[in-house]
Design a protein around this ligand. Structure first.
Ligand SMILES: [Zn+2]
Length: 341
């Protein structure tokens, strides 16, 4: 058996936590901590209650709390490098107490959204082929971030500090995009969709790409060593449309995005060249052992962006890696022969 995505991440072999958003330190916090002694970190139950009250002031926030109640997830404070995380294995949501109340209120919405996603479908499933795994992995982050923006939007009148905090974070392009579409159309569903699609332009996408590639490489290597066949791992093609139908709905089940094809374009379903090479190297022996074709793994559908901005596909990178390996082996054989003289 291979470890679940969350177990794998919890082993600490990777820098980025499963559903944790990277803690983008605000400039003002940095300056303050330099000028004053660091304030005592508040991890009290009263603070958790205060955050819940902040959520109860908006519709999305109230539905978040209702879902939490129903799911029975435990809420804790835990100092960490990130804003927070959700662990499906432990049914637990953790928040970083070092963050401000405004940041934590949106993180609360974000992490519980992951818990909700988990109740709708199996996310980060090791049986998914690389194409489906990446589509799903990117989508759950984009969706959780879009849920935050929805909450911040609903709170704009009552507590503008929440919106302002979002606008100062690395996720600001999403709230800006939401507002732009909302001003143009007056439609919160359309605004939420455009915010979700904006996630794919954020810098943070790259680090999620890194962790997903690391996890898939880990499964491929584990399967290579395994004696028994586990043919379904890394090779189940899952429909993007089904993911969108299940995940891109609000808590009232009203869809805010309906076209799955939007997540399969080269601007959305892409990784970088370094990630593609790493993935290819891990997949080649696994594919030989289990007779997997690049098509079965969905590699031709994954776009690869090279450092110079030109694009190719993951199956082409895999071929390139194979050619390089062949050449290296030939050179090695030649060297050995020469040494033998
Ligand atoms: Zn997340």
């Amino acid at each position: 058996m291979v470890a679940s995505y969350q177990e794998f991440m919890a082993q600490g072999s990777v820098e980025h936590f499963p559903s944790g958003q990277k803690n983008a330190q605000h400039h003002n916090t940095m300056t303050l901590s330099k000028l004053f002694r660091r304030p005592r970190i508040d991890q009290s139950p009263e603070r958790m209650e205060r955050l819940k009250k902040m959520l109860s002031e908006s519709k999305t926030g109230r539905q978040t709390l209702e879902f939490l109640e129903q799911k029975g997830s435990e809420m804790i404070f835990e100092p960490m490098k990130y804003y927070g995380y959700f662990s499906p294995d432990k049914n637990l949501v953790a928040l970083n107490p070092k963050m401000s109340d405004e940041d934590l209120a949106v993180t609360f919405v974000h992490e519980v959204r992951h818990a909700w996603q988990d109740s709708q479908m199996k996310t980060t499933d090791p049986k998914s082929n690389p194409r489906s795994f990446l589509v799903n992995g990117f989508l759950i982050e984009a969706d959780a971030c879009a849920a935050e923006v929805m909450y911040a939007h609903e709170m704009r009148e009552k507590n503008p500090k929440i919106w302002d905090a979002h606008q100062k974070s690395g996720y600001a392009p999403m709230s800006t995009e939401f507002e732009k579409t909302f001003n143009e159309t007056g439609d919160t569903e359309k605004a939420r969709e455009s915010a979700l699609l904006k996630w794919y332009d954020l810098k943070v996408k790259r680090s999620y790409g890194d962790t997903y590639v690391k996890y898939m490489a880990y499964i491929a290597r584990a399967l290579k060593k395994q004696k028994e066949m586990e043919p379904q791992y890394l090779s189940t093609n899952k429909s993007t449309q089904k993911m969108v139908d299940k995940l891109c709905v609000d808590y009232d089940k009203k869809p805010f995005m309906t076209d799955g094809k939007k997540l399969e374009t080269p601007e959305k379903l892409f990784i970088n060249e370094e990630q593609a090479k790493k993935l290819s190297k891990a997949l080649i022996p696994y594919m030989a052992k289990y007779n997997r074709t690049p098509e079965k793994l969905g590699l031709p559908q994954i776009t690869v962006v090279r450092p110079d901005g030109t694009k190719t596909t993951c199956d082409m990178i895999m071929q390139q890696v194979k050619d390089e390996q062949k050449l290296n082996n030939a050179l090695k054989a030649m060297n050995n022969k020469n040494q033998g003289r």
